[in-house]
Design a protein around this ligand. Structure first.
Ligand code: ATP
Length: 217
C-alpha cells in the first residue's frame, strides 16, 4: 500500500485519529500504528490498515515496511521520549516527509535539530487561532505562514454593492477578497463580483491587515 498517496500515522490519540480519518476521507491510504490494543480495535475498518506496535522499535517499523512510505506523521504527544525516538527512526529509514507533533518549544527544537522536515504544534497553533476569533468578528482565522493569514468574515459596509474591481480594497487596506459565500455556495471573486451584505467573504493578507479589515463595520 506504500504509494505516493499513502501515509503512516503513528499514535492514534485525538490528534492522530482525527488526522488519519481526514486523510481517509480525502482518498489517502493510511497505515495507523498505535501501542494500545483498544485504540487499534476502535480504528479497525476505519483505516486502510491499523496495527498494534511499538514505534520505538526499529525492527517493528522495518517489518511493517514503513520505509516505503513517502510521508509519516508522529502523533505521539504525552511520551516525548517515544515521540523523539520514533521520529529519529523514521529519519534513519529515509522517509522523505516526516511530520512530528511537538508539545513544547524545546521539544520542537529537538525535532528540528534531528532533521524532521515539518514540526507541528497543534495545541499552540489552535490557541493562537482561537485568540484571533475571540478578539474579533471573524468566523475563522488561519495563519498561512509568518504574518500572513486567511480570514472568513462578514463584509464591511464600504465594499458592499461595488464591483470589487472598483472597490480599491487592496490599495486601501492591503488585503484581497478571494472568495465569497452566497446562500451557502462558495465562489471565487472576479473584478466584476459585487458583494452583498448577507455574503460571507474570505480575505487574505498580512495578519494585522486582515484583522483590521475584518473589524470594519
Ligand atoms: P492526543 O492526540 O489525544 O492529544 P496526546 O498528545 O495526549 O494525544 P498520547 O495520548 O500520549 O498523546 O499518545 C497518542 C497515542 O500514541 C496514544 O494512543 C498512544 O497509545 C500512542 N503511543 C504512545 N507511545 C507509542 C509507541 N511507542 N508506539 C505506538 N504508539 C504509541
Amino acid at each position: 500500500m506504500a504509494e505516493a498517496e499513502s501515509v503512516v500515522v503513528i499514535g492514534l490519540g485525538r490528534f492522530g485519529s482525527a488526522l488519519a480519518l481526514e486523510l481517509m476521507e480525502s482518498g489517502t491510504e493510511v497505515l495507523g500504528i498505535d501501542g494500545d490494543e483498544d485504540i487499534v480495535q476502535a480504528h479497525n475498518g476505519l483505516l486502510t490498515h491499523v496495527v498494534r506496535a511499538d514505534s520505538t522499535k526499529e525492527e517493528t517499523l522495518r517489518q511493517l515496511s514503513v520505509s516505503e512510505f513517502s510521508s509519516a506523521v508522529v502523533a505521539i504527544g504525552g511520551d516525548i521520549q517515544a515521540n523523539i525516538l520514533t521520529a529519529s527512526l523514521l529519519l534513519k529509514l529515509g522517509i522523505p516527509n516526516i511530520w512530528a507533533k511537538a508539545v513544547s518549544d524545546p521539544h520542537g527544537e529537538i525535532l528540528q535539530q534531528l532533521g524532521v522536515s515539518h514540526v507541528i504544534y497543534p495545541e499552540k497553533d489552535m490557541g493562537k487561532r482561537v485568540a484571533h476569533l475571540v478578539r474579533g468578528v471573524m468566523q475563522d482565522y488561519i495563519e498561512i505562514g509568518e504574518n500572513f493569514a486567511v480570514v472568513k468574515t462578514t463584509p464591511p459596509r464600504e465594499i458592499i454593492g461595488v464591483p470589487l474591481g472598483k472597490a480599491r480594497i487592496r490599495s486601501n487596506h492591503g488585503v484581497t477578497v478571494t472568495a465569497f459565500n452566497r446562500d451557502g455556495v462558495w465562489s471565487y471573486t472576479t473584478l466584476e463580483t459585487v458583494i452583498a451584505a448577507t455574503d460571507i467573504i474570505l480575505i487574505a493578507g498580512e495578519s494585522k491587515r486582515v484583522e483590521a479589515f475584518s473589524r470594519l463595520i
